[in-house]
Design a protein around this ligand. Structure first.
Ligand SMILES: Nc1ncnc2c1ncn2[C@@H]1O[C@H](COP(=O)(O)OP(=O)(O)OP(=O)(O)O)[C@@H](O)[C@H]1O
Ligand SMILES: [Mg+2]
Length: 299
């Protein structure tokens, strides 16, 4: 795999506030990566440094082995930032054409329109007459106009309706199939789980988790096996089974908490516990995220 973005020991201080705290990350060509984290975690600041729009206070950010501001790098990247400002007096159609003209190998106008779902009416609208969601879609179009290799999206779907959101993720899939590298931030954990192959968790300027959605889930989640018992089971006996971290009863079912579901299930059978109506809950990313943040705060 080819690493195209490198952050080495990167920090960003705003006056006395450490927004990003010594993070090191690398991104491979063709990866789709979600950056998740609560408000103020440092997601936007990190993205702005990757785009060369903010200089790190400390550490090194490189894209394609170069400073992100270099012309050869800028030509390869596109971005949709949290705040989109566009040339208000122009019509959507004109803005799309203008932005395409900045690049040597832009996406075709027709393709841009298909990807963003702009209707004939919308293309004739002036940018300052667009709704919030339409502005977001215009921002998305501008990010893609140059047909860049790497795309950055900061909370891309905020304000989009269900149709626009669906189209956005379909387009992301299409861009992924074309080998693009895509990095996005989101507060929608489901979006990260559905669309990214890698999730990076930010909290208070630090990276506190980095892996596949499954990976993040299995390492972080409290997974459980639950069942009803054919005859009496003593919790103390359950708790002595290897890899069981807790056991309790809730709503007439017995729950065994473990991060090693398969091993524990095998052992429960081996020992001969009278189990029936077994259910396995591998938990949800949403819970994992909350759990992780809570645990960090407890430290
Ligand atoms: N220009 C700035 N001047 C001073 N402080 C800033 C500036 N930009 C960001 N910060 C602070 O840095 C921290 C990280 O902000 P950042 O915007 O990176 O967070 P975020 O993870 O993108 O949050 P959100 O989910 O709300 O978008 C916050 O505490 C924020 O107040
Ligand atoms: Mg942000």
């Amino acid at each position: 795999m080819e690493s195209i973005i490198e952050l080495k020991q990167v920090s960003k201080l705003f006056k006395n506030k450490t927004a990003v705290d010594q993070i090191s990350l690398s991104f491979q060509k063709g990866e789709v990566v979600a950056i998740l984290g609560p408000n103020g975690a440092g997601k936007t600041t990190t993205m702005m440094m990757m785009l060369g729009l903010l200089e790190p206070t400390d550490g090194i950010v490189q894209l394609f082995g170069k400073h992100p501001k270099e012309k050869s790098v800028r030509e390869k990247i596109g971005a949709l930032l949290q705040e989109v400002s566009v040339i208000d007096a122009l019509k959507v159609r004109e803005i799309l054409q203008l932005f395409r003209s900045y690049y040597s190998h832009p996406l075709s106008y027709e393709e841009l329109v298909v990807f963003t779902g702009f209707s004939k009416d919308e293309l004739q609208k002036r940018a300052n007459k667009l709704s919030g969601g339409q502005k977001r879609r215009l921002g998305f179009a501008l990010a893609m106009a140059g047909n860049p290799d790497v795309l950055f999206f900061d909370e891309p779907t905020v304000g989009m309706d269900v149709t626009a959101r669906k189209l956005f993720w379909n387009t992301i899939n299409e861009l992924k199939n074309r080998g693009k590298t895509i990095i996005f931030t989101t507060h929608y954990l489901q979006e990260a789980d559905d669309s990214a192959e890698r999730i990076i968790l930010f909290h208070e300027g630090k990276v506190i988790g980095d892996g596949t959605p499954r990976n993040i889930k299995t390492t972080l989640l409290k997974q459980s096996i639950s069942f009803t018992a054919k005859s009496t089971i003593h919790f103390e006996d359950l708790k002595t089974v290897q890899n069981v971290t807790d056991a309790f009863e809730k709503d007439g079912r017995i729950y065994v908490i473990t991060d090693k579901i398969d091993e524990v299930l095998t052992d429960l059978y081996k020992v001969g516990f009278p189990l029936q109506n077994i259910e396995i809950d591998r938990g949800r990313l949403e819970d994992a995220f909350e759990q992780l943040v809570e645990n960090r705060e407890a430290i």
